[in-house]
Design a protein around this ligand. Structure first.
Ligand code: ADP
Length: 477
């Protein structure tokens, strides 16, 4: 049985109700979570406020940095344990779960070093004045975390907020809480004061909704679906609470005829099958210049056929999807594709060892997807790659930008001038030239344009979003 983590204590929900934890690899329950409600959120917000105004506030920036660094070390010491939790809870193949745990340690290492380097400015002003700015934490920040990368998104969001001096209340997704509850315990062991990190588990429409409505939350960081992103903005607008939103994408990989296809191929495949395609920045559309369309589709098809899908513990190319409703969502997209006559080029293979009751989906490559079809417009959040041809650069830009989203884009060409032209014209928060994701570097600001959201997490840039600016003008004559 798992408990909320409030003020460094394991706490049962006042609802006296629980939720099952399901292993996506076999669809079976193996643990229970507290089903948090508004009263639990209120207790967590109060604990965070006490901490923010007390122990956390008194701590100097360098000392705060040391605490974050100690947590990063603790996480590094517990990588195997966290990997196992994430593997079971989220169905991530072992090596992907491990990469996430290592990334979490790295987030806290990066933000540890940033704590005492975040400062304001002095501003030249009229004679007789001295003017300067302070960067102050918002206070209590709320973090609504999705299930696809719980550790990484906790690291980028909570790591940045803590570094800036906020106290945090976290609502993980109901499908993926175990690793974060353990990390909160590790934080307490590392010496974080009670209330700096609080975790309330439960459903979005209960605990999440209560967090978004709570008057004691001074900033909300949300990563999730566009629909819930809209709700969060509406609730936050009622009390003018600032929000950072990351709402996914339909990110294009744009491959020109002069690209190094040998280098591109494994990256194109990985960008859609990593985490079974349940990645906000998945490269879910591949736009291919007409002269290499057939050639690249053939090579992609062979690569897809070689992909193996199975239980997380087998550590194959692809694990299960998170839950049955997600599997159904992917099936619905594929059946729409079939009805629309969209040709399927290739599929990977679900291995015999995969239990029938697990949530598996073979990676699927579709071609000639019409630009207006929902497979070219909406996030599938599964291992489904939509291929479409383009003619020239203008055509590529028009196609790349023809979705409501703008999170990431990959551009594959050996023409240097074209690399820059394309990078300027594609509307996306991150653009990668002859790579995709750049290894996920925690240093690289991440966030969207258009319906992919606003505000940035990761990198030093995130710290500006987790602070507010105070201008102080001293008249001294
Ligand atoms: P998905 O459909 O992929 O699960 P969601 O946007 O529903 O994505 O979930 C992302 C996060 O938002 C999860 O932590 C979820 O519990 C939370 N959430 C869902 N509904 C609400 C809501 N009405 N208010 C606040 N948070 C919510």
């Amino acid at each position: 049985m798992q408990f909320h983590f409030i003020a460094n204590e394991a706490v049962a929900s006042t609802s006296a109700r629980t939720l099952p934890v399901i292993d996506p690899s076999d669809g079976q329950p193996f643990d229970e979570l507290q089903r948090g409600n508004a009263a639990d959120i209120d207790a967590a917000v109060r604990a965070a406020r006490r901490c923010f105004e007390g122990a956390w506030h008194r701590l100097g920036a360098a000392e705060r940095g040391r605490l974050l660094y100690r947590l990063s070390q603790k996480i590094a010491e517990h990588v195997d344990e966290l990997t196992l939790l994430e593997q079971r809870d989220c169905g991530k193949p072992v090596s992907q779960a491990r990469a996430d745990a290592l990334a979490l340690a790295r987030y806290f290492e990066f933000y540890a070093g940033a704590c005492d380097k975040l400062h304001g400015e002095t501003i030249p002003y009229q004679d007789g004045y001295s003017v300067f700015t302070w960067r102050e934490p918002h206070g209590v920040t709320g973090h609504i975390i999705p299930w696809n990368y719980p550790m990484q998104i906790f690291g980028r969001s909570v790591g940045g907020a803590l570094a800036a001096g906020n106290a945090c209340v976290v609502k993980p997704a109901e499908d993926a809480c175990l690793s974060l509850l353990r990390v909160a315990q590790l934080a307490a062991e590392a010496g974080f004061p009670a209330g700096a990190i609080n975790i309330v588990t439960g459903y979005g429409h209960e605990a999440g909704d209560a967090l978004a409505r709570h008057a004691g939350i001074d900033h909300i960081s949300f990563t999730g679906s566009p629909r819930i992103g809209t709700l969060i903005q509406q609730l936050a607008a009622e009390r003018h609470c600032p929000v950072t939103l990351e709402l996914g994408g339909k990110s294009p990989q744009i491959v020109f005829g002069d690209a190094d296809l040998g280098a591109a191929l494994p990256v194109l495949v990985n960008a859609i099958v990593q985490n079974a395609g349940q990645t906000c920045s998945a490269g879910s559309r591949v736009l291919i210049q007409r002269d290499i369309y057939e050639l690249l589709l053939e090579r992609l098809g062979h690569a897809f056929e070689a992909l193996r899908v199975g239980p997380a513990a087998m550590d194959l190319d692809v694990g299960p999807l998170i839950r049955q409703t997600q599997q159904q969502r992917v099936w619905d997209f594929l059946s729409d594709a079939q009805h629309a006559g969209i040709p399927m080029v290739a599929q990977g293979v679900v291995v015999d060892e995969a239990p029938e009751s697990g949530f598996y989906q073979a990676p699927t490559l579709l071609r000639d997807v019409p630009p207006g079809h929902r497979l070219a417009q909406e996030e599938v959040f599964g291992p489904v790659l939509a291929a479409m041809p383009f003619g020239d650069e203008d055509d590529a830009v028009a196609l790349a930008n023809a979705t409501p989203f703008g999170l990431a884009a990959g551009i594959w060409t050996t023409d240097g001038a074209r690399q820059f032209r394309m990078a300027r014209r594609v509307r996306a928060g991150q653009v990668f030239i002859n790579n995709y994701g750049a290894g996920g570097g925690v240093e690289l600001p991440f966030g969207g344009m258009k319906s992919s959201g606003y505000g940035r997490e990761k990198g030093f840039e995130a710290l500006y979003g987790f602070t507010t600016l105070k201008t102080v003008a001293v008249r001294h004559g």
